[in-house]
Design a protein around this ligand. Structure first.
Ligand SMILES: NC(=O)c1ccc[n+]([C@@H]2O[C@H](COP(=O)([O-])OP(=O)(O)OC[C@H]3O[C@@H](n4cnc5c(N)ncnc54)[C@H](O)[C@@H]3O)[C@@H](O)[C@H]2O)c1
Length: 335
């Protein structure tokens, strides 16, 4: 099988490429190596993949329409795992245009490449943030998600709509994965586990939003990767019997699927901080802050559909995941 992995220098892309390597596939990864966070970490992830003979990397921007068209024409991918995007909720308040460029134009180019070159399955990253104002827990893909509270979330919701259109018009099988707060080794410096670990080790304060009254369905990277790898092998089929009047938002007559991919149990922010403190062996200095615009107070994934499709349930609890992350952090930075 020939795979395209977009965002391969990113946190999840690197981990998925590493996991797929050695399984008899040919993997090509792209990334624009932007400086949203430290580029050296993206380069180090690519270096970590350098020994995998079946993985190749091309530096390319998703928004480069011609470059993307050429890539698809040249390589004739069987499957595409689309993970490149401008991520981050808070950053989308200050830099909205980059979300339109990467997440909308970029996704458009991925869809066009897939439909013109007969890709058998497109799996793409959506986000738990699209649940926005929803307060019914756990979040389920059968719930409507029409009230996003950040532009980032709105672009992810747009991706799901665009994917549905291409599934319907061109019979392109698409699967959207709503990721829930992924953490672990090689993680993202803009996310809580990374920021807290860095600050606690350096002895600087950590910002605790909504005065600590938040919870997240934290999901360990290996559990995410297992879900992604298993679901890419489950190609959605069309269902001519499907009727819009009876269907829920996650179903269709088109070959279109949507899943939550999360641990399936929320962890309170203060418990999360305690897990990081224990892993480091040092107390945090907490700087309590109000709720941040664009943020949601709670997330909790209903993961039954993904379990039914893949037979896999996430295994790693946050205490164990924090130990593994801190171990990686200390080794990577030599601290
Ligand atoms: N990590 C999480 O908790 C989480 C949660 C929800 C959704 N997601 C989504 O999962 C996907 C992967 O996230 P991640 O945590 O690995 O983020 P990441 O930022 O580490 O990885 C994304 C990669 O995409 C690349 N990229 C961005 N814009 C690009 C463009 N225009 N062209 C080419 N490459 C580009 C970046 O350089 C980066 O290496 C993203 O779509 C993200 O929105 C992640």
């Amino acid at each position: 099988m020939k795979f395209l992995i977009t965002g391969m220098a990113g946190f999840i892309g690197h981990a998925v490429a590493k996991r797929l390597s050695g399984e008899g596939h040919e993997i090509l990864g792209i990334d624009n190596l932007n400086d949203y966070y430290e580029v050296s970490l993206k380069q180090a992830r690519l270096k970590d993949l350098a020994d995998c003979n079946d993985v190749r990397f091309v530096k390319l921007d998703l928004a480069d329409q011609e470059g993307m068209a050429r890539l698809f024409a040249e390589h004739r991918f069987d499957r595409v795992i689309h993970l490149a995007a401008q991520a981050g909720v808070r950053y989308s308040l200050e830099n909205p245009h980059v979300y339109a460029t990467s997440n909308l134009m970029g996704f458009m180019n991925v869809l066009e490449g897939c439909r013109r070159h007969d890709v058998k399955h497109l799996v793409y990253a959506s986000s738990s943030s699209i649940y926005g104002m929803n307060d019914r827990m756990p979040f389920a893909t059968s719930d409507s998600v029409d009230h996003p509270v950040s532009l980032y979330a709105a672009t992810k919701k747009a991706n799901e709509l665009m994917a549905h259109t291409y599934s319907h018009l061109y019979d392109l099988p698409t699967t959207g994965l709503r990721f829930f707060t992924v953490y672990g080794p090689w993680g993202r410096p803009d996310m809580a586990m990374f920021k807290f670990t860095r600050a606690i080790i350096e002895g600087t304060p950590i910002q605790v939003y909504n005065h600590g009254d938040m919870s997240r369905d934290f999901t360990y990277i290996d559990d995410i990767v297992e879900g992604v790898v298993r679901i890419q092998a489950v190609t959605p089929a069309s269902n001519p019997q499907w009727k819009p009047s009876q269907g829920s938002p996650d179903s269709s007559s088109a070959p279109y699927a949507l899943y939550n991919i999360g641990h399936g149990s929320p962890v309170g922010l203060m418990d999360f901080i305690r897990a990081v403190e224990t892993a480091i062996g040092k107390k945090a200095v907490c700087d309590y802050q109000p709720m941040q615009p664009g943020d949601v107070p709670r997330t909790w994934a209903d993961t039954e559909a993904l379990f039914a499709a893949t037979g896999y349930r996430p295994k790693v609890k946050v205490e164990e995941g924090a130990q593994r992350f801190v171990g990686w952090y200390r080794e990577y930075y030599g601290v």
